[in-house]
Ligand binder design. Structure first.
Ligand code: G4P
Length: 536
């Protein structure tokens, strides 16, 4: 094994996805605790608390400063080098959240066991599904009354369409939650020292038929539990490592993040079965991470961190070879001088550290001055382009009005720049008298950012007006608007073009999308459109 292949084999790059309040922050803290990175655990919680109290723009600015610092948490656990990427949630949910998922190799999905699969989880899962990445499921909050675990397994199948293989199975829930049974090792982990805290949970390992268990729970419940274990081994999914690697089967764990119950089992199993960085699709076919030449792509840009300078931090995911400080690469936008990749940084909690070298799976922050755009490929391999970042379908729309005609130039320039940075998407209605920009975003915060930045950085004077759409579908690149004559469009459905002049249809709601499809069988609608115009 060469040094590079050894480094790659040890890397696990992942994100945690969940609906707000399911326990993502808590689980992150506990994973850091097991990884021995205690000081980081504190900063994760501080960040969250600060987020919850934000209410106006100044706070958002501050919050941005904080969320940057925890965009990536790197720590070691056993022999593994773990990169945990933050998926912004709550108020700062935006296209960035989706983009992060293009830079990871696997995902842990946290579900509140009392609530089951919630909306945000479903959406984030869908993005992971597009890339067929392995998904590990943690059913959290078993210390509270939870849904029947069999019902939770069914939900994975019926709501997400993925089979679940329970690696662990809970013994009771709520006040009766005693532990989890590791079905692969055939070991029952009984927990004690319930209570919040940073201590690892004390546990005893025993067999499923240990007579002590009857003392811990009602005999009827115990018999029922034994029957469930039996049923799972007879009728449940079988453990299939290959299906897990391909994202077709999710290993399921039960526990309580806040009490550290079941977290270490999840982590141990995760590092052993999640995949290291894999070959990635590119314009030159699959690029193996072991390939000697460095390559990577920019998946997130955090702009204007210092309001006095127009600098930004571009986040690069290393895909192959070794990234070295001060290396030069051709300008990904073509022409011009090669770019020197100076000041690369690794972000540890609140601190930044200069990076000398980084390997496939690692994330590097590059200080830049508008040099990069989201989706850019950085490499010396000629003609290589990673086509990883699609346009994610916006769900909120607003017209952007320029209120000062005399400042039109500033307005256009600012909007152009924000579009380039991927802060927002823009559409123009077909056959509309006024050429008003229709902005599309995944989260409301993106609008606030646009308005604030246009006003403060470009001295433009703008107004946003809510638009009555929640769904967009792309049409094929060769779509001819004349062909719409033969199509039943429905009221409130509008034809528009995106910033690449690709046609889209805008719908008021999902119902009208379904109705449109019913009325026009054979008409092809695409949910995603990549920046390079390719569909995924
Ligand atoms: P999020 O990042 O997914 O939004 O969730 P977070 O971890 O912040 O957890 C949301 C709430 O759920 C928090 O309570 C947290 O303490 C609680 N929680 C997380 N894991 C568990 C668990 O295993 N069991 C129980 N019972 N609760 C859990 P909070 O009251 O909003 O915040 P805090 O005052 O506890 O910090």
């Amino acid at each position: 094994m060469t040094e590079l292949t050894e480094k790659i084999a040890r890397r696990r790059t992942f994100a945690i996805i969940s609906h707000p309040d399911a326990g993502k922050t808590t689980l992150t803290e506990k994973l850091l605790l097991y990884g021995g990175a205690l000081q980081l655990a504190g900063s994760v919680r501080a960040k969250k608390n600060q987020r919850n109290t934000t209410s106006d723009w100044m706070d958002i600015e501050r919050e941005r400063g904080i969320s940057i610092s925890s965009t990536v948490l790197q720590f070691t656990y056993r022999d593994y080098c773990i990169n945990l990427l933050d998926t912004p949630g709550h108020r700062d949910f935006s296209e960035d959240t989706y983009r992060v998922l293009t830079a990871v190799d696997s995902v842990i999905m946290v579900i509140d066991a009392a609530k089951g699969i919630e909306e945000r989880t479903r959406k984030l899962f869908e993005i992971c599904r597009l890339r067929n990445i392995p998904i590990f499921t943690f059913m959290n909050k078993l210390d509270r009354p939870a849904k029947n675990p069999l019902e939770l397994l069914d939900e994975l199948e019926s709501v997400l369409g993925i089979g679940g293989f329970p690696v662990t199975w809970p013994l009771g829930d709520g006040p009766d939650f005693q532990g989890v049974y590791d079905r692969l090792a055939k070991e029952l982990h009984l927990f004690s020292n319930r209570g919040k805290g940073s201590a690892r949970a004390a546990e005893q390992i025993t067999g499923a038929t240990d007579p002590r268990i009857s003392e811990l729970m009602h005999p009827d419940l115990y018999q029922e539990w034994l029957a469930q274990i039996e049923l799972l081994s007879l009728a449940g999914e079988t453990f299939d490592h290959e299906k897990i690697r391909q994202g077709a089967l999710t290993p399921v764990f039960f526990g309580s993040g806040i009490n550290n119950f079941g977290v270490q089992l999840l982590l141990n199993y995760f590092v052993e079965h999640a995949i290291p960085p894999q070959a990635r699709k590119s314009s030159l076919g699959l690029i193996q991470p072991e390939r000697e030449e460095f390559s990577g792509f920019v998946f997130k840009i955090q702009a204007n961190m210092d309001p006095n300078h127009r600098d930004s931090l571009s986040f690069l995911r290393v895909c192959s070879g070794v990234f070295r400080k001060d290396m030069t690469v051709p300008n990904p936008r073509g022409g011009g001088r090669p770019l020197r990749l100076s000041y690369p940084q690794r972000l540890f909690g609140q601190e930044r550290e200069s990076v000398e070298e980084a390997y496939p799976g690692d994330i590097v922050g590059l200080v830049s001055h508008g040099n990069f755009r989201i989706g850019d490929t950085l490499t010396n391999i000629p003609q290589l382009v990673y086509n990883e970042i699609p346009r994610f379908p916006p769900e909120v729309f607003a017209y952007l009005h320029n209120c000062s005609p005399s400042k039109y130039k500033q307005f256009r320039e600012g909007l152009e720049q924000l579009l380039n940075e991927g802060v927002i998407q823009v559409f123009y209605l077909h056959n509309s008298q006024q050429k008003t920009a229709l902005l599309g975003a995944v989260g409301q915060l993106q609008f606030e950012v646009v308005q604030h930045r246009l006003e403060t950085e470009y001295a433009a004077n703008v107004r946003l007006e809510a638009a009555p759409f929640t769904q967009v579908r792309w049409l094929s690149p060769d779509f001819d608007p004349a062909s719409l004559q033969d199509v039943y469009l429905g009221s409130n459905v509008r034809l528009a073009q995106d910033s690449d002049e690709v046609y889209v249809l805008l719908f008021p709601d999902e119902w009208s999308v379904n109705y449109f499809c019913e009325k026009n069988p054979g008409f092809h609608l695409l949910k995603y459109s990549s920046l390079q115009g390719e569909t995924i």
